[in-house]
Design a protein around this ligand. Structure first.
Ligand SMILES: [Zn+2]
Length: 306
């Protein structure tokens, strides 16, 4: 794949269409994918989150695979599916905007069933390190060619991350988010994530999930080959500023692109990956660095050649 755009491993939706919607259609996936590509994201993973499991996840994974079968742009641009959950922490802060009562212990049979629905499109799955059965699940999923990433995780200790890396885990999901806003000063996942050298660090450089001074630390602390930018875009992205209901929670998209919920959580971003790359350039990332972290590294993480 020639680089004439960006690769985004976490897209929950955009332009009013959400991949966890129970009313998602094949035409939705086709029209949304075309608009995502027009905005410079040439490859991406539609992301299905905890709340959709199990029924809507099965339904929508099949719809996404059908869109790929009948539309050449979807076939090229949809590189797989990212399951963000449901095997994550239910604890406040760590659960983020996911629904705590929909989290589950790790269950490879559930993912096998999902893969049957969508023709093995699941390429990436985010689990909590402490989810019941995480070690075995990491081994099983990795052996089936699914990349396991640790996120929405209450456990963070370097030894635990190292252990999961030994089992096949490859990354950490949106480091710096999906965690409580107040943490112990040294014993916390930020230092653990930024100091370890085995797992790739996915992060959301939209300027809101991580402010620019924190993004500078990420660029300085993490080897460039380990950094992966994602948009984590949610369905209000690309829509006019205003009020939107997201998973039953009132949310506001501000004029400047800040998407926030009425309960103080972040529900994903409103940016496309090209806009996130602009933020990285603004804080000094070179073209080569941006190419690595928003094109080459995401492809490599899911086993594709840049
Ligand atoms: Zn998340």
């Amino acid at each position: 794949m020639q680089q004439n755009g960006w690769i985004d491993l976490q897209v929950n939706g955009r332009f009013g269409i959400a991949f966890d919607s129970p009313s998602l259609t094949v035409n939705d996936v086709i029209s949304l994918t075309r608009r995502i590509v027009e905005q410079g994201t040439i490859g991406y993973l539609p992301t299905i989150i905890t709340a959709a499991f199990p029924d809507v996840a099965m339904r929508n994974a099949k719809i996404i695979s059908e869109a790929r079968k009948i539309d050449s742009i979807c076939h090229e641009a949809i590189l797989g599916i990212h399951c963000e959950g449901p095997f994550i922490s239910p604890e406040p802060g760590y659960v983020g905007a996911h629904k705590a009562d929909k989290t589950l212990p790790c269950d490879i049979a559930l993912i096998d069933e999902l893969q049957n629905q969508c023709g093995n499109l699941v390429k990436l799955i985010t689990i909590a390190a402490e989810a019941s059965g995480a070690e075995k699940f990491t081994e099983q999923a990795s052996s089936k060619g699914i990349t396991v990433s640790i996120g929405h995780s209450k456990e963070w200790h370097p030894k635990i991350l190292d252990n999961l890396a030994n089992k096949g885990a490859k990354a950490l999901t949106h480091v710096g988010n999906g965690i409580p806003s107040l943490l112990p000063r040294h014993d916390n996942i930020m230092w653990s994530a930024l100091s370890q050298d085995r797992l790739s660090v996915m992060f959301i450089p939209d300027g809101f999930h991580l402010p620019e001074h924190v993004l500078k630390v990420f660029l300085a602390a993490v080897p460039v080959e380990k950094l992966i930018a994602v948009s984590d875009c949610a369905f209000p992205g690309g829509l006019p500023p205003g009020q939107y209901e997201m998973n039953g929670v009132k949310s506001f998209l501000e004029e400047d692109g800040f998407l926030r919920s009425s309960v103080g959580t972040l529900n994903g971003s409103s940016c496309c990956l090209a806009q996130a790359v602009d933020v990285l350039k603004r804080i000094g990332a070179s073209d080569a660095v941006c190419k690595a972290i928003a094109y080459e590294n995401p492809l490599k993480l899911i086993g594709l050649k840049p």
